[in-house]
Design a protein around this ligand. Structure first.
Ligand code: ADP
Ligand code: MG
Length: 559
């Protein structure tokens, strides 16, 4: 076990057992280190992190969940915090940094209570009561939002993307995000339901982000497999295959012993026949366009081309799924099962040149589909754009589904903190202390937003609190430092993100508080890459950009 100077530290093997308060406080320390690591990235003025992985690939981001996912953290308590942020990402698609930061602060406040000899179970109970109440408060201060209010939806998208893009084509992107969501939302009984599988985003390096555009239909980043195939098929009958188009024998890798050239000739004839049979099955189904997840034998390509069939091979599963949704085709797993009724339809399938590459466009599909083709100078710009867009898509979808939003700029957190204090005063037992601490912890959100924007955190929180007595929508404009009505400023977020952030953070904190025993397992740890160097951590520690993460307060053996 070595120190933190970028050298590996592995715990839990050959360590002694930790129990009681020692275990709890070590767990809290580890989890808080993770929270501190992402804290400076929160909000519109949050800083970026440069993540370096074990093979030296670089990601620049201030997206909480991306940072957390890349962190190679070993401590189980720290991992729980990361899991909570991932859950947040999966469930609602935004608010991941908030989860980590809030959970870290809940734990910091819990430590104070532990020092005052409040039992962890009591803290957990109080925190749960506070979280329930906080959710009620959030709901009570929420606004109604209608899908028809496009301007409002665009503001949701813009808030979710704020600070995530270097140059700021936010407004155009916000519009695209709304288009994509509305296109992929359907009535499901009484409800409006968004289907992420129907959102298509393709990236192609070149031009600039401003050249990104929405295309009606699905775009696949692949060329047609054979040069003699048509470059364009109208009135397409689309087959989707998850099996290869090849001779069955090669598929099953039978071993053939060949001893003479006659035998070889015979074998080749046989193979040819089998390949033709495979191609014929596709042709017989009536398909004139084929998207194949696996390979297509050279000879099969030739037969398909002869029959005027356009085919793409090695199409990724995700794209097949999208094509299935858009064209109405079934994905078929074996050529023997391919029937005319499995085919989907599209008015046009064609190849087009995009930048320096070729992509295949499927338009006029049975079910309307839209693809956002992202353009940007480098792969990193594109990846960043995609991450920002992803947050925006989910945020807009949350609002379209729930029709509820809250304002941003920490206005809800301030209101929740204020009202939770009132609620705490109505309680008798020791939970009261925990609820009050929970209220204090909520203030980490305005504090962090203020700090990251370069303003005095305490001053701003005091100002926000005092102004809340007359207007509960007062939040912090992170650009100017003014406390303003966030609804008027147009900074709005899905209610669902706020509620889920509170619940996820509370869950993570409570989970960690309930552990009072850490036992070393006898299982061998998995082999580590590149000399056991935790990649993300090493890189980031080296950059000095991670407060609390680096050399400071962490005892060796934490990660
Ligand atoms: P998360 O991963 O938690 O979504 P972000 O870095 O996206 O973290 O920051 C979200 C926070 O930034 C929210 O509290 C949101 O209200 C706030 N925010 C977004 N835009 C603004 C703005 N223009 N002014 C003030 N706060 C903002
Ligand atoms: Mg966000």
């Amino acid at each position: 076990m070595a120190g933190m100077g970028g050298t590996p530290v592995i715990i839990l093997r050959d360590t002694r057992r930790e129990s009681g308060n020692e275990a709890i406080s070590n767990n809290i320390m580890a989890a808080r280190a993770v929270a501190n690591a992402v804290r400076s990235s929160m909000g519109p003025k949050g800083m970026d992190k440069l993540l370096v992985d074990s093979i030296g690939d670089v990601t620049i981001t201030n997206d909480g969940v991306t940072i957390l996912k890349e962190m190679d953290v070993q401590h189980p308590a720290a991992k729980m915090l990361i899991e909570a942020a991932k859950t947040q990402d999966k469930e609602v698609g935004d608010g991941t940094t908030t989860v980590a930061v809030l959970a870290g602060e809940l734990l910091r406040k819990a430590e104070v209570l532990l020092d005052q000899k409040v039992h962890p179970t009591m803290i957990v109970q109080g925190y749960r009561m506070a979280a329930d109440e906080a959710v009620k408060i959030a709901k009570s201060i929420a606004f109604e939002a209608q899908e028809s209010d496009r301007a409002l939806l665009e503001r949701i998208a813009r808030t979710a993307m704020t600070g995530k893009l270097a140059d700021s084509p936010d407004s155009k992107m916000a519009g695209y995000a709304v288009d994509l969501v509305l296109n992929a939302t359907e009535d499901y009984g009484e409800k409006r339901v968004f289907d992420m599988d129907r959102v298509n985003v393709e990236k192609k390096v070149g031009e600039s982000t401003a050249d990104s555009e929405i295309i009606e239909g699905v775009v696949i980043d692949k060329e047609i497999v054979h040069q003699n195939m048509p470059r364009k098929v109208t009135d397409a009958k689309v087959a989707l295959l998850s099996c290869p188009i090849e001779s069955k024998d090669t598929e099953t890798k039978t071993e053939v012993q060949i001893t003479s050239s006659d035998q070889f000739q015979m074998f080749m004839e046989h193979e040819k026949k089998r390949v033709k049979e495979a191609a014929d099955k596709v042709i017989a189904s009536g398909a004139n366009v084929v998207f194949c997840q696996k390979g297509i034998d050279d000879l099969a390509q030739h037969y398909l081309a002869q029959a005027g069939v356009l085919a793409l091979r090695r199409v990724i599963k995700k794209d097949l799924d999208k094509l299935a949704k858009a064209t109405g085709a079934n994905i078929v797993t074996s050529l023997d099962e391919l029937k005319p009724s499995d085919l989907g339809s599209a008015a046009l399938v064609e190849e087009r040149r995009v930048g320096s590459g070729i992509m295949t466009f499927i338009t006029g599909t049975k079910k309307s589909a839209a693809t956002l083709l992202l353009r940007g100078g480098t792969q990193q710009v594109l990846d960043g754009l995609e991450r920002a867009l992803d947050d925006a898509l989910h945020a807009v979808a949350d609002v379209v589904e729930d029709k509820k939003l809250v304002v941003g700029g920490a206005a809800p957190e301030i209101e929740i903190a204020l009202r939770l204090r009132e609620y705490a005063a109505t309680l008798k037992g020791r939970e009261q202390l925990a609820v009050a601490k929970f209220a204090e912890a909520m203030e980490i959100v305005p504090k962090t937003l203020a700090e990251n924007a370069g303003f005095d955190a305490i001053d701003k929180v005091v100002e926000l609190k005092s102004r809340h007595s007359s207007n509960k929508n007062i939040g912090l404009n992170a650009y100017t430092g003014e406390t303003v009505d966030m609804y008027e400023l147009g900074v709005v977020e899905p209610l669902r993100v706020k509620i889920q952030a509170i619940l996820s953070a509370t869950d993570a904190a409570c989970l960690i508080l309930r552990i009072d025993d850490v036992l070393a397992s006898t299982k061998e740890p998995p082999a580590r890459g590149a000399g056991g160097m935790p990649p993300g951590m090493g890189g980031m520690g080296g950059m000095g950009g991670m407060p609390g993460m680096g050399m400071g307060g962490m005892p060796p053996g934490m990660f």
